[in-house]
Design a protein around this ligand. Structure first.
Ligand code: PLP
Length: 381
């Protein structure tokens, strides 16, 4: 089979006129042949532009089925909507703030219980008592970048009749293939790396399981949660450069990790596999690199705002995965949705700073961070 980027570029060329890009079909309805069923009737039920995006998304994951959504949360909730009243979902922690909120507010109202699990290495059959039918996790986690062993979790879950859903936003199918590790469904916020230019809100769900695909398809059809033809086209265009963007982002990330580890104002640098030798080994086995997200804790007494004020290249903003480098304070931003109890439990301190590395020139990124960190050192001298 062709490689990742070749598939991203060439699967949806149009044969009619030799256009190297797929056409955009904006029509909401189609003239119907009287005696036979046409391939398309109405945009919600099926659209060639959306299908082109789904075909490429499926190919990028080597998945049989993929669905595209108007946001990452729409993809996440499509998967979580498979849960029925009386069932329990195990959620790996920490987890994306929106997924946490959906579980604690929406699922709870429907009598679906959530059990939060931080350490999957001790997962056992006993954890599946109480009608657990799904495990939902991210690896690496946000924002502390802990690693869960997807294959290990899938083995135990399947033995107990539960399915595994992995939010693969941070790694993307370029760096990590959860379906090959035993996951049943992957979801992704395409708003991040797949889109990569901070101008598209989109989501993807993929599976090899025909029954789960049917559930996802039906849920999407009746809930009206599908990516528009224009945004489907945009997703197709932007995903073509994802691998080279991530290569560059990752190259920058490795250099930044090295720099941060050498600076006295930084107490700890967190990245996929940094927590322990065991996690490094698991991550190396299940993913192709560190990705482009790192977190750091400043030394005690440091004022994160002083650091932020010096930055000229990094922008203080939520989100990640784009070509521009961003910095955020997880305790103040995304994770405002966590209860204080869970914030403490998962080590999300006020001194924790998350960096989403872009494709800018490395010397400029390091000079920017150095300016901020030197200011911290001076303030504490
Ligand atoms: C951003 C994000 C989401 C939600 O995606 P949206 O496109 O903002 O709806 C879900 N999971 C993770 C890990 C994310 O970073």
């Amino acid at each position: 089979m062709a490689g990742f980027t070749t598939r991203a570029i060439h699967l949806t060329e149009d044969n009619q006129y030799g256009s190297i890009l797929p056409p955009i079909f904006t029509t909401t309805t189609y003239a119907q042949p009287l005696d036979v069923e046409g391939p398309y009737e109405y945009q919600r039920g099926g659209n060639p532009s959306r299908e082109a995006a789904e075909k490429t998304m499926a190919a990028l994951e080597d998945a049989k089925h993929a669905y595209v959504y108007p946001s990452g949360m729409a993809a996440t909730t499509a998967a979580l909507n498979i849960l029925k009243a009386g069932e329990t979902v195990i959620m790996g922690m920490p987890i994306y703030g929106g997924s946490y909120r959906f579980a604690t507010i929406e699922l709870a109202q429907r009598n679906v219980q959530t059990r939060f699990v931080k350490d999957f290495s001790t997962l056992s059959d006993a954890d599946f008592e109480g009608n657990v039918t799904m495990v939902f996790l991210e690896s690496p986690t946000n924002p502390t970048l802990e690693v869960h062993d997807i294959q290990h979790v899938a083995e135990i879950a399947h033995r107990n009749g539960a399915i595994v859903v992995v939010d693969n936003t941070f790694m993307t199918p370029y760096l990590q293939r959860p379906l090959e590790l035993g996951a049943d469904i992957t979801v992704q916020s395409a708003t991040k790396y797949l889109g990569g230019h901070a101008d598209l809100l989109a989501g993807v769900a993929a599976t090899n399981n025909d029954q789960l695909a049917e559930r996802l398809w039906h849920n999407q059809m009746v809930s009206g949660s599908m990516l528009s033809p224009m945004d489907s086209y945009r997703l197709l265009q932007e995903c073509k450069t994802m691998a080279i963007r991530i290569d560059r982002q990752q190259e920058n990330t490795y250099k930044i990790i090295e720099f941060l580890q050498s600076h006295p104002a930084v107490e700890r640098v967190l990245y996929a596999g940094s927590a322990s030798e065991k996690e490094a080994e698991i991550h190396a086995r299940q993913a192709k690199g560190v990705g482009a997200l790192i977190s750091m804790t400043l030394v005690e007494g440091a004022d994160p705002k002083l650091f932020l004020k010096q930055l000229q290249v990094f922008t203080f903003a939520v989100s990640l995965g784009g070509i521009e480098s961003l910095v955020s304070l997880p305790a103040h931003m995304v994770l405002g949705s966590y209860s204080q109890e869970h914030r403490d439990m998962f080590g999300i301190e006020d001194r924790l700073i998350r960096l989403a590395i872009g494709i800018e020139d490395i010397d400029d990124l390091i000079a920017d961070l150095k300016r901020g960190l030197d200011a911290i050192s001076e303030s504490l001298a």
